[in-house]
Design a protein around this ligand. Structure first.
Ligand SMILES: Cc1ncc(COP(=O)(O)O)c(C=O)c1O
Length: 476
């Protein structure tokens, strides 16, 4: 029975029927993912303006609301949970993490302060320790779970700034490659640096930061009286998956006394694989690293991680307290996350990593990631065999960029031709690929990182690419 005086307090049977009604639709939705379209948003554009409405004063039956969501609002979106979503950087969204969120949200414990939920704070501290172990960091490393990679980069930049620069830090200069994710520059700006203090360092043929060019810029800035301060390297760029030369960058950072930050939002969890450890060698020498579990660990959106090698630096940058706060712990084994993060109240993010890791073990994640590396290589091999296809960026991890460049078609016409080519691939709605521009060249990409993407779907991608290639060539 609904409590008419206090309808927000659901009875046991109301809770059960609400969850059951949602679960029916969730399971039907997840089960039909392989058959759903991958990127058809047209009905969404029509529906969206119709949904704008004034604040409702009275409630309505939940069944109608669930119907609206699952029948009309969810389908016409980029289908980021689909096995065919090979666009941007996928992840998929583990159901297990969604269940963890339900538990975290219904128990609604306060995990920012150790004293408020010691056992749960410990579970989140375990997750951070596992990430530090994956990164090859020493026991004194610490970290914080953020909403994503962007705030991870920002957190690391603020930490480095507070650690290495004086209060007037405006002469500090940040170096990132011309392929770096824009959240690095945005993080620097939001951390208070003038926009002009972010240097774009050119890259080599494999889209990796050029050490010689970096060193030149550092020297130039010194001579101009500026303060070179931080190198933001990429361990897997969004454009091509390029991994900057981490050991050389670590040497250079040490030589010049700079903070080395590594944006491993896309590539970092490949460290769980043997091949990934080889490719990302040197990352453990970074002062800070960003990982993005909602990419490489397949979590639903909303979880990134910033790790700092000297955990005390992260704490120094964020620790502040007030008279109304409970006592903070003075024991390094008892973590008050509010002292390591810009946030105070926040969701219990650790559980959405902890539950799937404990249920399945790290080995399952490792094997999934190994499969993604293999699928990207398979795609590259097969594309290489298609006449007129040019690989612009071979997979360094699980991402590659290519284009159609048939003999005899002038360079000036290739971008438009590749627009048409990509539209035709995506029109089949079995896979969704997104493009980038590489030195002016319009380049479709394949990024495989969803736990739902396996060989069968990659075969479909290759079939659709081959069919689109033929159509474009026949019509041009
Ligand atoms: C390399 C890299 N860094 C940072 C980000 C930003 O992460 P988020 O979208 O989680 O904020 C992304 C997102 O794709 C990325 O690929």
């Amino acid at each position: 029975m609904m409590d008419l005086d206090h309808p927000l307090e659901l009875s046991a049977s109301e809770m059960r029927s609400l969850v059951a009604a949602a679960l029916d639709r969730i399971v039907a939705h997840v089960e039909s993912l392989p058959r759903q379209t991958v990127s058809d948003t047209s009905a969404g554009f029509e529906l969206a303006p119709l949904l704008a409405e004034p604040m409702p004063e009275e409630g309505v039956e939940v069944d109608g609301l669930l119907d609206l969501l699952f029948d009309r609002a969810v389908p016409p979106s980029f289908n980021t949970a689909s096995p065919g979503y090979l666009a941007y950087i996928p992840g998929g969204g583990l159901f297990q993490s969604a269940v963890a969120d339900l538990i975290a949200d219904t128990t609604n414990r306060y995990t920012s302060v150790y004293a408020a939920a010691p056992a749960l704070a410990q579970l989140e501290a375990n997750v951070i320790a596992w990430f530090c172990q994956i990164a090859g960091y020493p026991p004194e490393a610490r970290g914080t779970l953020t909403t994503g990679g962007s705030l991870g980069n920002w957190t690391a930049l603020v930490t480095a700034r507070r650690e290495r620069l004086p209060e007037n830090f405006l002469s500090g200069v940040i170096y990132a490659s011309d392929q770096s994710h824009y959240s690095v520059a945005k993080g620097a700006i939001l951390a208070g640096f003038p926009e002009g203090n972010v240097r774009e360092v050119p890259t080599d043929d494999l889209f990796r930061m050029r050490i010689d060019a970096l060193e030149e810029r550092i020297e130039e800035d010194r001579q101009r009286g500026l303060t070179p301060f931080l190198i933001a390297a990429a361990a897997g760029t969004t454009n091509t998956g390029a991994v900057d030369p981490l050991p050389e960058l670590a040497d250079l950072a040490a030589r010049h006394g700079l903070w080395l930050h590594v944006d491993a939002a896309y590539g970092g969890f490949f460290l769980m694989t043997e091949e990934g450890r080889r490719i990302l060698r040197g990352i453990e020498r970074a002062d800070s690293i960003v990982l993005d579990p909602h990419k490489g660990l397949f979590l639903p959106y909303g979880t990134g991680a910033a790790l700092v090698r000297d955990g005390e630096a992260l704490r120094r940058a964020h620790s502040l307290t007030a008279d109304y706060m409970p006592g903070m712990q003075n024991d390094p084994d008892r973590v008050d996350f509010s002292q390591y993060s810009p946030e105070l109240s926040r969701p219990f993010r650790g559980l959405r990593v902890w539950l799937p890791f404990k249920m399945h073990g790290a080995g399952v994640f490792r094997r999934e990631l190994e499969e993604k590396l293999a699928l990207a290589r398979m795609a590259a091999d097969r594309l290489r065999g298609m006449e007129g296809i040019e690989i612009l960026a071979e997979p360094q991890l699980s991402l590659l960029a290519f284009r159609l460049a048939p003999a005899g078609v002038p360079e000036g016409e290739l971008n438009e031709l590749n627009h048409r080519f990509l539209d035709r691939v995506n029109a089949r709605q079995r896979v969704y690929l997104t493009p980038t521009r590489l030195r002016g060249k319009f380049a479709p990409r394949i990024c495989v990182l969803s736990f739902r993407t396996h060989r069968e779907r990659m075969e479909m991608a290759l079939e659709d690419i081959e069919a689109a290639r033929r159509e474009v060539l026949e019509n041009s």
